[in-house]
Design a protein around this ligand. Structure first.
Ligand code: IMP
Length: 192
């Protein structure tokens, strides 16, 4: 039997890319940018589960203004680290967004295929405007051009976990953004 006390989620992290304090500060800045931009516009934050959950929770608390939130869940990745390119809506919006100012809150934009699909889907619902805030931008593998309005951090092409991001549904509860050891998903360690 596995000894839970000695099994640490930190063991599978090869490197901490963004520490807790760095993330906290940047999310605070993003919140202030949004407050300035959306003053008196009663925006709705539309977040994409599950990876954006932690970011949304911190971002909305850094916005000292009236906001509402809605949650969608889409799936683009299976249990691996590569995008399938196929997007499936698992959970839809719970309120109409017609005439509303929508802020899409995303954890990470990699190929951009997920958001590309989602933006078209949301546009069909007649919002007054749609903007995008993402915590992490991984531009190296972009396949669809995405107009990102607010970016937390631009990161290199590494598979990252933590602060909501998973590998095979694990590691979302890490308080920082770390790089997953390639040995965990059967990849080779990079040569330094
Ligand atoms: P895209 O469609 O390739 O832009 O992928 C978007 C989604 O893939 C994100 O919302 C994440 O859920 C997932 N994803 C992309 N890169 C990573 C990563 O490095 N770690 C964990 N999940 C990722």
């Amino acid at each position: 039997m596995t000894d839970v006390a000695t099994t640490s989620i930190h063991d599978d992290v090869s490197e901490i890319l963004l520490g807790e304090e760095e993330i906290r500060q940047r999310v605070g800045e993003l919140g202030r940018e949004l407050v300035e931009r959306y003053a008196d516009r009663d925006p709705v934050l539309v977040s994409v589960l599950k990876g954006s959950l932690v970011f949304l929770a911190d971002l909305m608390r850094s916005m000292e203004m009236p906001v509402s939130i809605d949650l969608m869940e889409v799936s683009s990745y299976g249990a691996g680290t590569e995008s399938s390119g196929q997007v499936r809506i698992i959970k839809d919006l719970s309120q109409p967004i017609e005439g509303r100012h929508v802020i899409v809150v995303e954890d990470i934009i990699d190929t951009g295929l997920t958001l590309n699909y989602l933006l078209k889907y949301l546009a069909d619902k007649g919002p007054a405007s749609v903007s995008i805030v993402c915590l992490l931008d991984k531009p190296a593998r972009r396949l669809a051009e995405i107009p990102i309005d607010h970016v937390g951090f631009t990161i290199p092409d590494r598979f990252v976990i933590g602060y909501g991001l998973d590998y095979d549904e694990r590691y979302r509860n890490l308080p920082y953004v770390g790089v997953l050891k390639p040995s965990v998903y059967g990849g080779a360690e990079p040569v330094e």
